[in-house]
Design a protein around this ligand. Structure first.
Ligand code: SF4
Length: 133
């Protein structure tokens, strides 16, 4: 049975495919022939985009490290922890003591919001994107 279509999570091109699910197992992907970007094709990353879904090492919840111990936590606690630590670093070392690194795996809209978070909320121009690394 084909499920989807879904957008490939591996880069900003936004190719589309269906997930091939049989008997509860994901067997592969089938490119969408009608999608205006991928038009029935995928790169090698897209062809393998289903493999991480059932991987035993896949993180399914946020993690936090306290006193040397990594444990699962809630999104509220994880985001509070990151926000308070970033603010603490800025207070001690100045606004440009922190930086933001965005990802090609995010959509244009998410990258825009990330830029706003860096510049408007944390008042720093230290923001870049992994495509430039
Ligand atoms: S199939 Fe390849 S080119 Fe298309 S979105 Fe995925 S990683 Fe990017």
């Amino acid at each position: 049975m084909l499920k989807g279509p879904v957008v490939c999570p591996f880069c900003g091109c936004g190719c589309s495919f269906y997930l091939d699910q049989r008997g509860g197992d994901l067997r592969g992907v089938v490119p969408s022939t009608s999608h205006p970007v991928s038009r029935g094709t995928l790169c090698i990353k897209g062809w393998r985009a289903f493999e991480f879904l059932g991987h035993p090492d896949r993180l399914k919840a946020p993690m936090v490290k306290k006193y040397g111990i990594i444990r699962e936590t809630t999104w509220d606690e994880a985001l509070d922890s990151v926000a308070s630590r970033l603010l603490q670093i800025q207070k001690q070392h100045g606004q440009d003591a922190i930086g933001f690194l965005s990802s090609a795996k995010m959509s244009n809209e998410e990258n825009y919001l990330f830029m706003k978070l860096a510049r408007a909320v944390f008042k720093t121009n230290n923001i870049d994107h992994c495509a430039r690394l």
